[in-house]
Design a protein around this ligand. Structure first.
Ligand SMILES: *[C@@H]1O[C@H](CO)[C@@H](O)[C@H](O)[C@H]1NC(C)=O
Ligand SMILES: *[C@@H]1O[C@H](CO)[C@@H](O)[C@H](O)[C@H]1NC(C)=O
Ligand SMILES: *[C@@H]1O[C@H](CO)[C@@H](O)[C@H](O)[C@H]1NC(C)=O
Ligand SMILES: *[C@@H]1O[C@H](CO)[C@@H](O)[C@H](O)[C@H]1NC(C)=O
Ligand SMILES: *[C@@H]1O[C@H](CO)[C@@H](O)[C@H](O)[C@H]1NC(C)=O
Ligand SMILES: *[C@@H]1O[C@H](CO)[C@@H](O)[C@H](O)[C@H]1NC(C)=O
Ligand SMILES: *[C@@H]1O[C@H](CO)[C@@H](O)[C@H](O)[C@H]1NC(C)=O
Length: 476
C-alpha cells in the first residue's frame, strides 16, 4: 500500500493523469481509413518543377511504404485557372515571373505536362481551367489527360469558383454566384462527359457549402461527378491577418473546426461520391509564421485523424511555389517540420490499420486514438499532447494510463515524435526527431536509427508520459 501511494504521488506531481480504456475490439463509431488518406496537392504551374526534385519522389515514397499505398496527388490550384493548353508547346509549362518567388498571372502548358503527371505512382487528379471560359481548350487538355495519365482519378474544371467575380470571363457579364456556378458546373460537366466519361471532381469550393452543389446540380450532372472537393485552411495570413499556433494545434479546436464538414461529407456519401478536403493546409497567404513549425506538424496528425472520423475520405495537403512555401512538406533540398507529422500519422495508421477510433471526447488538449486491424484487434495507440510549449518555462508532461489491454503483463514499445518546442523549424536548424534519432535528408531519405521506448504492462494497463507539444505511438 505504501509503495502504491508513493507511485501515485510521483505520477501526480508530473502532471494530471488520465485513464483511458482501450476497447478490445473495434468500437462502434470507428471509421474505415482510406489507404491514401494523407495525400498531396501541388500547385498547377509548379508541378513540373516538383517532378524535377528528388525530394518529391522520396517524400511520397516514405508515406507509401508506411501505408502500403501511394499517396494520391492532385495537380491544381489558383494557377489552373490562369493556364491555357498549347498542343505545340515543347515544354511542360511556359511562363514569365518577375521573381522566382512569384506565381505567374498567366501561363501555357504543353502535352509533356501530362507525361510528367503519368509518372506519378498514385491516383492523379488534374485541375483544369474554367475561369477563362475556353471550353474547347480545356477539353483538348482533358482529352490528353484522359488518354495519357494511366492513374487518372478525376478532373476538376475550375478552382475555388467562390472567388470568381462578375468580371471573370466565365461570368460572361451576367454576374456570379453560388447558384450560377452550380448551373455552370452542370453545363460544363454534361458537355464534356460524353468525351471524357463521368470523371469530374465537383464543387472545389473554398467557402461555399459543397452540399448546395450536390443537392442542386441535378441528376444528369450529378451522375458525371466522381468526387466532391472542399478546400480547407483553418487560418489565414491574408491582408496581414494574424495567425495563432496554439489555436491551430489545439485538440479541442481541431475537433470543433473539422466538425463543420461532417454534414457535407455525409451528403456527398449519400449521393455515392467520395468527399475530399481536395486542397488543404494550415494557413493561407504565407503561413503567418506558424505554417513551417513543429506545432503545424502536430496539427497535421490530429487534423488528419479528426477529418477521417467525420467522413473525409482524403486530405490533399497543398504545395505551392518551390522554396517559397511556408506550409510545404519539402522544397528544393530540404524537408520541413510539418512533414514529420505526415510521416508520424502514417506510421500510426500503418499498412495494416483498417479502422480508426477516437479514445477521448475532444474536449481537452490531449488527443488519444486507437487503430484496429481488419480482424478488429487493436494494433497501435496514439497520444498527441497539443498543449502549447514555446520553449519558455517548464514543459509540462501529461501522463496517460491505457487500461483494458488484452495483454496482462510484459512490455510494449513506443515511439516518440518530438522537437525542442512547438515553434521548432527544421529550416532554421531545429532537431525534430522520430524515435530519438530519425530525421530526413535534404532529399527526403530517412536517416538516423529510430529507437523505441519500452513500456511496462501491469494488470492489463500501461502508462506513458507525453510532454506538451509532443506525440507518442504505442505498439500493442
Ligand atoms: C531541374 O533541376 C535542375 C537542377 O536543379 C535545374 O537546372 C533545371 O532548371 C530544373 N528544370 C526544371 C524544368 O525545373
Ligand atoms: C504555342 O507553342 C508554340 C511552339 O512553342 C509557339 O510557337 C506558340 O507561340 C505558342 N502559342 C501560344 C498561344 O502561346
Ligand atoms: C513563353 O512565354 C513568354 C511570355 O511569358 C513568351 O514571350 C514566349 O513566347 C513563350 N514561349 C513559347 C514557346 O510559347
Ligand atoms: C452545409 O449544408 C448542409 C445542408 O444544408 C448543412 O446541414 C450544413 O450545416 C452546412 N454546413 C455548413 C458548414 O454550413
Ligand atoms: C470529456 O472527458 C473529460 C476528461 O475525461 C471529462 O472530464 C469530461 O466530463 C468529458 N466531457 C463530456 C462532455 O463527456
Ligand atoms: C512563450 O510563452 C510564454 C507563456 O507560456 C510567454 O510568456 C512568452 O512570451 C512566450 N514566448 C514567446 C517567444 O512567444
Ligand atoms: C540515437 O543515436 C545515438 C548514437 O548512435 C545512440 O546513442 C542513442 O541511443 C540513439 N537514441 C535513440 C533514442 O535511439
Amino acid at each position: 500500500m505504501a509503495r502504491f501511494a508513493a507511485i501515485l504521488v510521483t505520477v501526480l506531481s508530473v502532471g494530471y493523469v488520465r485513464a483511458i480504456a482501450v476497447p478490445s475490439t473495434t468500437p462502434s463509431g470507428a471509421v474505415s481509413v482510406d489507404p491514401s488518406l494523407v495525400s498531396v496537392s501541388i500547385e498547377f504551374f509548379a508541378f513540373p518543377g516538383y517532378t524535377n526534385i528528388t525530394g518529391t519522389n522520396n517524400c511520397l515514397a516514405n508515406l507509401a511504404t508506411l501505408r502500403g499505398a501511394q499517396p494520391a496527388v492532385r495537380i491544381g490550384g489558383t494557377t489552373q485557372d490562369r493556364a491555357t493548353y498549347n498542343a505545340s508547346l515543347q515544354t511542360a509549362v511556359n511562363y514569365t515571373v518577375a521573381s522566382p518567388a512569384d506565381a505567374p498571372t498567366s501561363l501555357t502548358y504543353g502535352p509533356s505536362f501530362f507525361t510528367l503527371a503519368n509518372g506519378l505512382k498514385g491516383d492523379v487528379t488534374v485541375g483544369l481551367n474554367r475561369q477563362l471560359n475556353n471550353q474547347a481548350n480545356t477539353l483538348s487538355a482533358a482529352s490528353l489527360a484522359k488518354s495519357s495519365v494511366s492513374r487518372l482519378l478525376a478532373l476538376e474544371l475550375g478552382n475555388e469558383p467562390d472567388l470568381y467575380s462578375s468580371s471573370s470571363p466565365i461570368a460572361s457579364g451576367t454576374g456570379w454566384s453560388n447558384s450560377i456556378d452550380i448551373s455552370n458546373e452542370a453545363k460544363w460537366f454534361t458537355a464534356l462527359a460524353p468525351t471524357l466519361g463521368n470523371i469530374f471532381q465537383g464543387a472545389v469550393y473554398l467557402s461555399w457549402n459543397t452540399s448546395t452543389l450536390v443537392s442542386g446540380i441535378g441528376s444528369a450532372a450529378l451522375a458525371t461527378i466522381k468526387t466532391i472537393s472542399r478546400h480547407s485552411y483553418p487560418q489565414s495570413a491574408c491582408g496581414g491577418a494574424s495567425t495563432n499556433l496554439p489555436s491551430l494545434m489545439s485538440h479541442s479546436g481541431i475537433v470543433s473546426y473539422v466538425s463543420q464538414y461532417k454534414a457535407e461529407a455525409t451528403i456527398a456519401h449519400n449521393a455515392g461520391k467520395k468527399f475530399f478536403l481536395g486542397e488543404t493546409n494550415s494557413a493561407t497567404c504565407g503561413g503567418g509564421g506558424i505554417s513551417p513549425t513543429f506545432g503545424a506538424g502536430l496539427w497535421i496528425i490530429d487534423y488528419v485523424l479528426q477529418s477521417a472520423l467525420i467522413g473525409v475520405d482524403r486530405l490533399y495537403f497543398h504545395h505551392g511555389t518551390i522554396s517559397n512555401c511556408a506550409y510545404c512538406w519539402w522544397g528544393q533540398s530540404a524537408v520541413y517540420s510539418p512533414y514529420y507529422g505526415a510521416v508520424f500519422v502514417s506510421e500510426f495508421l500503418g499498412a495494416d490499420g483498417a479502422k480508426l477510433a477516437a479514445l477521448d471526447n475532444g474536449t481537452s488538449a490531449i488527443a488519444a486514438y486507437a487503430v484496429y486491424s481488419s480482424a478488429n484487434a487493436p494494433l497501435r495507440l496514439l497520444v498527441v499532447n497539443t498543449n502549447y510549449y514555446n520553449g519558455t518555462g517548464t514543459r509540462a508532461a501529461t501522463t496517460v494510463q491505457f487500461t483494458g489491454l488484452t495483454t496482462a503483463s510484459g512490455t510494449k514499445s513506443a515511439k516518440r515524435l518530438t522537437a525542442p518546442d512547438a515553434t521548432s523549424r527544421t529550416d532554421e536548424g531545429a532537431q525534430v526527431t522520430i524515435g530519438g534519432n530519425g530525421t530526413f535528408s535534404g532529399s527526403c531519405v530517412r536517416q538516423g536509427t529510430e529507437g523505441t521506448e519500452s513500456v511496462a504492462v501491469n494488470g492489463g494497463a500501461l502508462t506513458v508520459s507525453v510532454l506538451a507539444s509532443e506525440a507518442l505511438i504505442v505498439y500493442l
